[in-house]
Structures are given as structure tokens and as C-alpha cells.
Design a protein around this ligand. Structure first.
Ligand code: FES
Length: 135
């Protein structure tokens, strides 16, 4: 168990460790990012957390950075140095960016997998339930 002092923390990196991302090398990406941050003496200013699924499995492996509100896909160990360079400069790592918060909502990059709206799934489930109730 840990209780870190976050008073120097400027960025929070969420490292998806859900099953789809783990199959695509999330453990190695997690370890490599953490090692790179430690090597650069950045552990107090860039905090990392392992997460479960972030709901973008087709993008595995997924990394999310706040407060930029930047979502990244297909992250591999080979991306880590440049990714951390971008964190240090408070810039977006555009090579792997899928979405970025614009102050109101997340904006998808043109190349991003669109995904499914939760409202569409809820409507289908609701319709199925109504059909069963009337069968
Ligand atoms: S397991 Fe990483 S987004 Fe689903």
C-alpha cells in the first residue's frame, strides 16, 4: 500500500492493464514508462497508475494522460522515450494520439476507431427487454 505526496505532481498517466491491453504488451509498456520516469528523476512530477479496462480495447495498449486529457493507442516500448519527452515538454505525443479533451468533450483524431455510443447499446438492451416482456 502506498500514499504518495502529490503536491509536486503535474501529470497523471493512466496505464491500462486490462486484459486486452495486457495481451498487447501493457506490462512491458508499464514497466518501461515507470523506469524511464525514474531514470529521469520524474517520479514526483509525473504520477502513474495501473488501471483496468479503459473501454477502448481496439486501441490496446491504451495510455491516458491528465490534465491534458490525451488518449493514446497502440503504445509499445519503442514509444516510451518519445512519449516521456512529450510529457516533460507538456506536449501531446501526436504519433499515437486518438482523442484529446477540448474543454467540453473529447475530440477523436481522424484515424481513431469510432467505437460504439453507450446510448446505442442501452437502447438495444432496452428494446430487447421490451420484446421479451411482450413475448
Ligand atoms: S483492456 Fe485496455 S482499453 Fe480495454
Amino acid at each position: 500500500m502506498s500514499t504518495w505526496d502529490l503536491s509536486r505532481t503535474k501529470q497523471h498517466v493512466l496505464l491500462c492493464n486490462g486484459s486486452s491491453c495486457m495481451r498487447k504488451g501493457a506490462e512491458e509498456v508499464t514497466q518501461r514508462i515507470r523506469a524511464e520516469l525514474t531514470e529521469r528523476n520524474l517520479d514526483d512530477v509525473i504520477h502513474t497508475s495501473r488501471t483496468r479496462c479503459n473501454g477502448r480495447c481496439k486501441d490496446a495498449c491504451v495510455v491516458v494522460v491528465y490534465p491534458q486529457g490525451a488518449w493514446y493507442k497502440d503504445m509499445e516500448q519503442a514509444d516510451v522515450k518519445q512519449f516521456v519527452d512529450c510529457l516533460v515538454e507538456n506536449e501531446v505525443y501526436t504519433d499515437m494520439l486518438t482523442h484529446q479533451y477540448n474543454g467540453e468533450h473529447f475530440v477523436a483524431e481522424p484515424s481513431a476507431v469510432k467505437g460504439t455510443l453507450k446510448a446505442e447499446v442501452a437502447a438495444k438492451v432496452s428494446k430487447l427487454g421490451m420484446e421479451r416482456n411482450h413475448a
